[in-house]
Design a protein around this ligand. Structure first.
Ligand SMILES: Cc1cc2nc3c(=O)[nH]c(=O)nc-3n(C[C@H](O)[C@H](O)[C@H](O)COP(=O)(O)O)c2cc1C
Length: 591
């Protein structure tokens, strides 16, 4: 063979065995290496591990930054993996965004977990792609053979299964293949299989969870929730929906769900006219990505005669933000059909606020995670208040999810939330029960169920001048009591006078006032105004110490000042007092 031919043959062999982009061996070569490693291990009675390394969100990198960027990322990862391998290890590229690492002489499984962690740590250094610093994570599935019973294909399959389980738990993780993982994957296969025929076998059914007016509890809408009951027994939606998403079955199931929603809307409108509740339906990422979604929904609307304006599509914030440009386009097409759109689980998905204004959205659903702490936790309250403020500014309706107590209801009303949904009012109901419930409500009429918020402002005279330390102690003591009691407010101390605003449930505020009235630190306590408050002014407990010496940021009033108005003078007019208190909150100077 001539030298040229020899070189050509070598090049050809190299190409057959290697991945041209990264220069790493390919899957076929790696499979052979695993076969040999397993044979050696059987002879030496040692262990072998196969790590399947899958780049998280690779499609997103390709879609957002272009394929060249994606290629660059793969090359960098290949380089870093190759640079890290030790004697007895080998690395290969096995698919689009997958690498395989083979380790021999494995004595302890725990070392493989450390290796998996190190791989992610190594990727923590940003990858520079055309001036962009990309942060990449990988999900790692680990299969180990310690008794010489597995084939190379078993190892690759097990590592792949473990990697998928790891991915489901979030990016940047690792997972061993074990009996549990095996069981889980078998169950997933069974569920995926069952779902394919669930519609044909009539195993799906809708439930309707009422959505009510925050203040009165009157039903104005319903979220359609899906239930699946195959002959072996019901399967939780938390289990089957992600699998339906993964396999794509959600596209057909989603269309079925939308049809049920349309049928319900048309039926309810026939029964109750414009007073009929609207219907909310969940739409998943996979459905949104399906080209024919708009046509399918249009056909179902036409066939069922449903009013699109009374149907609300719920799309999670994470789904929306995963590919904003495409989703904006699709949502506009859906909105053009007359459908309305809600952002579901709002507050959990890092929305870009600028993008929010570009989406044809009319409702924000505040995630249960924030509702849980609202009656106890000032941070949750601050978030709710900010989200409601944002929603109002954008002209959106707000729905709070997962409301489970009357205290949570009161708080949400106090911050101006429009609608709520949760076990405190209703469980998800079968359609007949839902219809009966609405029917009963219409006949009985609904009266307000929420206790209105009470507020009170008083003024008093300090018995002796309060030092900063004494005021700090008072603030600490007040916080301790007021937070769990659901009282918010503000205490101002100025020039020997106190002015205090308290907000909360009527009986709780009255109980506190009785204690405060007996406090020897002040006297001449006079209530300026009290009554029902439409909204809570303060998020938490706060206090302001005002001395009349000009502060560094205060304008020069000397030429203008004829006299200074004291707190008692301010207290002559209840409205001015209220405005003065509000000003503290809005200026953000209270702590
Ligand atoms: C001007 C002023 C305002 C006060 N505000 C509160 C308050 O908002 N919450 C609170 O728990 N105590 C407040 N206190 C303290 C209460 O009067 C009382 O000392 C405290 O509730 C402890 O009462 P106890 O020992 O009976 O539990 C305030 C005291 C003064 C002088």
């Amino acid at each position: 063979m001539s030298n040229i031919n020899k070189k050509l043959a070598q090049d050809l062999t190299w190409c057959v065995n290697h991945d041209s982009l990264t220069g790493l061996p390919n899957r076929t070569v790696m499979r052979e290496r695993i076969v040999s490693a397993l044979q050696r291990a059987r002879r030496n009675k040692s262990g072998v591990a196969v790590l399947l390394i899958d780049v998280d969100g690779f499609k997103f990198i390709n879609d957002t930054h272009g394929q060249d960027a994606g290629d660059m990322v793969l090359k960098m990862i290949a380089g870093r993996l190759h640079g890290q391998i030790l004697l007895g290890e080998a690395v290969a590229r096995s698919g689009d965004n997958e690498f395989i690492l083979l380790c021999e002489q494995v004595e302890q499984a725990a070392k493989m977990a450390i290796l998996a962690k190190n791989i992610n740590a190594m990727l923590h250094q940003p990858i520079d792609v055309a001036g962009l610093a990309l942060l990449v994570t990988v999900s790692v599935g680990i299969a180990i053979d310690q008794d010489g019973t597995h084939s190379a294909d078993d190892m690759l399959r097990h590592a792949d299964t473990a990697m998928r389980v790891s991915k489901e738990q979030g990016p940047g993780g690792w997972q061993f293949f074990c009996a549990q993982v095996h069981e889980q994957s078998q169950m997933q296969i069974m569920i995926a299989h069952g779902l394919r025929t669930a519609i044909a076998r009539d195993e799906l059914s809708p439930r309707f969870q009422p959505i009510v007016v925050a203040e009165s509890g009157r039903i104005v809408g319903a979220e359609l929730l899906l239930r699946w009951h195959p002959p072996e027994g019901p399967v939780s939606p938390a289990l089957f929906i992600p699998i339906a998403e993964m396999t794509g079955a959600i596209v057909e199931i989603g269309a079925w769900v939308f049809r049920q929603a349309c049928l319900a809307e048309a039926d309810w409108r026939r029964r109750w006219g414009v007073a009929a509740p609207y219907v909310s339906v969940n739409v998943s990422t996979r459905q949104l990505n399906n080209e024919s979604l708009v046509d399918v929904f249009a056909a179902i609307l036409c066939e069922t005669g449903a009013d699109p304006a009374r149907l609300l599509l719920e799309i999670t914030e994470t789904t929306l933000m995963s590919d904003v440009e495409t989703n904006i386009r699709i949502l506009h097409s859906l909105a053009n059909l007359g459908l309305r759109v809600a952002i579901d689980d709002f507050g959990t998905g890092y929305s870009s606020l600028a993008q929010l204004t570009r989406l044809p959205v009319s409702v924000l659903k505040i995630d249960k995670a924030f509702i849980d702490g609202i009656d106890r936790n000032p941070e949750s309250r601050a978030v709710i208040r900010a989200v409601i403020g944002l929603g109002r500014a954008l002209g959106l309706k707000m729905v709070a999810e997962g409301v489970e107590s009357s205290d949570q209801q009161s708080e949400l009303c106090a911050y101006g939330c429009d609608l709520i949904q949760g076990y405190y009012f209703h469980n998800p109901l079968e359609e007949k029960t839902f219809v009966d419930t609405v029917e009963r409500e219409i006949q009985k009429g609904v009266t307000s169920s929420v206790e209105p918020l009470h507020f009170l402002i008083y003024i008093s005279t300090a018995v002796e001048p309060m030092s900063q330390a004494a005021l700090d102690a008072l603030l600490k003591q007040s916080r301790l009591y007021n937070r769990p009691a659901g009282i918010t407010g503000c205490l101002i101390y100025q020039d020997g006078y106190f002015m205090q605003m308290l907000e909360g449930k009527r009986e709780v505020v009255s109980k506190l006032m009785n204690k405060v009235k007996n406090d020897p630190r002040h006297t001449d306590i006079r209530t300026i105004v009290e009554g029902k408050a439409p909204r809570r002014v303060f998020v938490d407990w706060s206090m302001e110490l005002r001395d009349l010496v000009p502060g560094p940021n205060e304008p020069d009033f000397n030429d203008w000042q004829s006299r200074t108005i004291s707190l008692p003078e301010l207290a002559e007019d209840a409205r001015t007092c209220y405005t003065y208190m509000m000003a503290y909150m809005h200026a953000g100077i209270v702590h």
